[in-house]
Design a protein around this ligand. Sequence first.
Ligand code: ADP
Ligand code: MG
Length: 576
Amino acid sequence: MSAVAQSIETRTEEQELTDGFHLVIDALKLNGVTTIYGVPGIPITDLGRMAQAAGIRVISFRHEQNAGNAAAIAGFLTRKPGICLTVSAPGFLNGLTALANATTNCFPMILISGSSEREIVDLQQGDYEEMDQLAVARPLCKAAFRVLHAADIGIGVARAIRAAVSGRPGGVYLDLPAKLFGQVMNADAGAKSLVKVIDPAPAQIPAPAAVRRALDLLKGARRPLIILGKGAAYAQADEAIRTLVEKSGVPFLPMSMAKGLLPDTHPQCAGAARSTVLKDADVVMLIGARLNWLLSHGKGKTWGDAPKKFIQIDIEPREMDSNVEIAAPLVGDIGSCVAALVDGLGSNWPAPPAEWTAAVGAKREENVAKMAPRLMKNTAPMDFHGALGALRTVIRERPDAILVNEGANTLDLARGVIDMYQPRKRLDVGTWGVMGIGMGYAVAAAIETGKPVLAVEGDSAFGFSGMEVETICRYNLPVCIVIFNNNGIYRGTDVNPAGGDVATTVFVKNARYDRMMEAFGGVGVNVTTPDELKRAVDAALSSGKPTLINAVIDPAAGTESGRIGNLNPQSVVKKK
Ligand code: ADP
Ligand code: MG
């Protein structure tokens, strides 16, 4: 026995000890963390085991990016930071993509990564998985911390939690070097060093003058519009938002992940009249939505020539005037801001001019009627609209199911076709339009809500996280994956004009993704018509069994880059 071990043993007789492993777990539990998403390995294998033994649910993935995406969307769904746990350097980097994505989307998340020996890393002496992870993470997230002493674990975890959820939510990196886990300290002192974060996301009450300014502007509007963004969905102020919309009588346009905050079938919903309301509105109230590329930066052709004034509700003051002048900035949390506006509406708020609401309603009916026949086409092979028509009925019949959606055409068309009826039921590619969120989001949605999950995936998009079907089968999650299989990216029909290799955008023809699911004991189904698709999804959602449906789509059906082909640069030079 070494002298150190002997002295620890002697001391144990007098006092109980704890160590870094236990302190991390105790700190997370004290702050209500119930689930960790991660991939085990050096140096955090035992941390995962011990967390599981301590009653935290630990969900092991096959790749850290998917675990990170799971943590991020858990944060969005629960307003508590989702936790992702990874190994050092490469595992950390894999998780970092998800952390950056979470930050971009304003989802609260904490990436906890083990790291190698500081002394060796900092002298660049070539340690196992050597990397200065803290420095790498810092520019890509909202905050980054490293804990070197066991006695600081409580503070480190508390800072990470507060940074993730307060103000504008985002991703936080917490670096835990391998040596920290084995550090021993007195158990009483350890327990006292832990911090339970009080009021981690404090209400931020808007200034009364700012509320009045917003109401005055809204009152004078001839053609007002409310745009609901995913910040509004995140805020969980569902009742207050519904009251504001209904009491004011203003048409509302939901951004993708805000669909269902009020039902898409609500009489004031302008989702099907998007182009018209953006062009013609004179006062636009943004609630938790940024004027970024997804809203054409608030200017240009999309917004038309009619002069516009903006009211913006956001917790982040610097978001104001980011793209155009904001005439009435309302800085605060959405719950408090909307409550203040509702108060200010009083009991005899004038409805917007009937001419405007009638015009919006008429445009909506016209567009809905135009689309209807395309959604009923029951042919093989399916086109996107036919297949989506079936899935639209599924969600109408099961509005509590969670829809995960990624792809190009599969995303853009599903967003328009599938009506949502309840808040936070649509999870998709978000601010970056990123591919690869599918299986991570699906796993976390099932775990955090206990509801059935329908993941509608382009065949290309699915490939980024497809190995997690094993994870879905392993935890026996009620996830039904539908792959819109058109043999490739955008389309499956491209040809390499030079001969030789196949074109860059095509995959193996007539692939059977359903068989991947069978390999892990799940249910695999191959369908060729919308009727078959509907039956297979219904069976999956009713049974709750992990299911993958390979939906055969016409390889010629898609368009380049879906609806954002304009962002795809193309050469104008013709080479002979
Ligand atoms: P979308 O893509 O749906 O338009 P964005 O992600 O662009 O939504 O915008 C979300 C906005 O919501 C961000 O600017 C963020 O600061 C804000 N936000 C997030 N949570 C809250 C909250 N609780 N209160 C106020 N604003 C919030
Ligand atoms: Mg495809």
